[in-house]
Design a protein around this ligand. Structure first.
Ligand code: UGA
Length: 427
């Protein structure tokens, strides 16, 4: 099938490239001409494992094209909207890019072409957009197909989805979406068919459920510290209960990224607007926000009288160069405000991090340079290379040997053997 994708961010680019592996032809539209040019040359504009290989082969097979011109969409049978839905000041989702993309597409396509919203949007958006377009004389059906890809493992997740959710208001829309996911259906991947509002809510509820799980396990980590229990063993013992599951039970510095903070807050606002506030969700959001201050206090206490802190990892998690709402960034802000000098290192995310232009922060090009003269070193992203560090060697260049490993990637015994004071969460 010929598929149009509007927006070449994480969702749009991964979906577009991966659709080509299932014999679809894809046209990706983005208003950013510089991005389009890079993509045409096969340059992957985001850091995502394996994506560049798939992009290059899609280009060489002639299955993918990039353009900033919406009129090229006229040959497509379905258009996926994959643009951003940033937060408004009150925490609700800003849908202006979605509406703009849909209207631009509608102007250029036949009325039987299905518009599919893949961006994360509040329940009711497909119906509202459909009414909006109809009022403007465009008769397109609007369907929902939320995305569950994780940054850093998006290609793997695309190939191995737990489920595919499709929301539509009529059989012909379902039929188009089922044709798009024909290969996955043949592999017996569960397909959840719902009306659009439920489909949209599935996405928000999934992300919020995981965020609640994380906030709870992080609070249990706090309790472990107070009563002499160990969060790693606790998570293992609890997670083996199949009803709970072992994933998303790893305590850390709090959740971040471009999805959980934004989606939890949009769902919270929506629930309140409908006079149906979610106390549990609100508490999870609050708990996560207060976690950054808690982590910063821990660092300050462990650093003692020292003023120089080395931070390893600024990406919001390993496997991505994304620093949006990264716990690391939030904690760095608090440390700067408390008068500390910060040196940071990250294997891939420094370029994005530098856009913040923080004062009193220097970026280092290696772990050892980052730790030189530091009074403490803090691990905030679970990059594999941080688990392979020779701490005895690092200790030689530090002012004081203090390691605060919020991601539990180091071996406590080895670190202590290298002469370090070791701190973590939940122990
Ligand atoms: C999340 C969802 O997992 C995806 O299913 C969804 O498609 C995506 O949002 C989205 O809405 O686009 P992502 O934000 O890429 O994916 O990252 P996650 O792997 O879910 O991690 C989110 C945060 O939780 C990170 O800060 C991570 O470090 C933290 N986390 C995760 C933990 O602290 N402990 C864990 O055990 C797991």
């Amino acid at each position: 099938m010929k598929i149009g994708i509007i927006g070449t961010g994480y969702v749009g680019l991964v979906s577009g490239v991966m659709f080509t592996t299932e014999s679809h032809d894809v046209l990706c539209i983005d208003s950013d001409v510089a991005k389009i040019e890079k993509l045409r040359e096969g340059q992957c504009i985001i850091y995502e494992d394996e994506l560049d290989t798939y992009l290059k082969s899609a280009i060489s097979d002639g299955r993918i094209n990039f353009s900033d011109n919406y009129s090229h969409l006229k040959f497509c049978e379905a258009i996926f909207i994959c643009v951003g839905t940033p937060s408004n000041a009150d925490g609700s989702a800003n849908l202006s890019f979605v509406y703009e993309a849909a209207e631009n597409a509608a102007r250029n396509i036949d009325e039987n072409v299905l518009i599919v919203i893949k961006s994360t949007v509040p329940p009711g958006t497909c119906n509202e957009l459909s009414t909006y377009l109809n009022n403007k004389g465009y008769k397109h059906k609007v369907a929902s197909n939320p995305e569950f890809l994780r940054e850093g493992s998006a290609v793997f997740d695309y190939n191995n989805p737990d489920r595919i959710v499709i929301g539509a208001s009529d059989e012909s829309s379902f039929e188009i979406l089922e044709r798009i996911y024909e290969n996955k259906i043949r592999k017996n991947i569960p397909i959840v068919k719902a009306e659009t509002t439920t489909s949209e809510l599935i996405k928000y509820t999934s992300n919020s459920f995981l965020a609640i799980k994380l906030s709870f396990i992080n609070e249990m980590a706090n309790l472990c510290e107070k009563i002499g229990a160990d969060i790693s063993k606790l998570s293992e013992g609890v997670g083996l209960d199949k009803r709970i599951g072992s994933l998303f039970l790893k305590a850390g510095p709090g959740y971040g990224g471009s999805c959980f903070p934004k989606d939890t807050s949009a769902l919270s606002v929506l629930a309140r607007q409908k006079d149906c506030a979610s106390q549990i969700l609100d508490a999870a959001i609050e708990s996560n926000l207060s976690r950054f201050a808690l982590m910063s206090d821990k660092i300050i206490e462990a650093t003692s009288e020292g003023k120089n802190i080395s931070i390893l990892g600024v990406a919001f998690k390993a496997g991505t160069d994304d620093v949006r709402e990264s716990p690391s960034v939030e904690i760095i802000k608090l440390l700067i405000d408390s008068g500390y000098n910060i040196s940071v290192y990250d294997p891939v995310a420094l370029e994005n991090f530098m856009q913040y232009n923080f004062r009193n922060v220097t970026c280092a090009s290696s772990i050892i340079d980052c730790c030189r003269g530091a009074d403490s070193v803090v691990i905030l992203t679970e990059w594999e290379e941080f688990s392979e560090v020779d701490w005895a060697k690092i200790g030689e260049v530090m002012n004081r040997k203090v390691l605060i490993d919020f991601r539990k990637v180091t071996d406590e015994q080895l670190v202590v053997k290298a002469g370090f004071k070791y701190y973590t969460v939940g122990k």
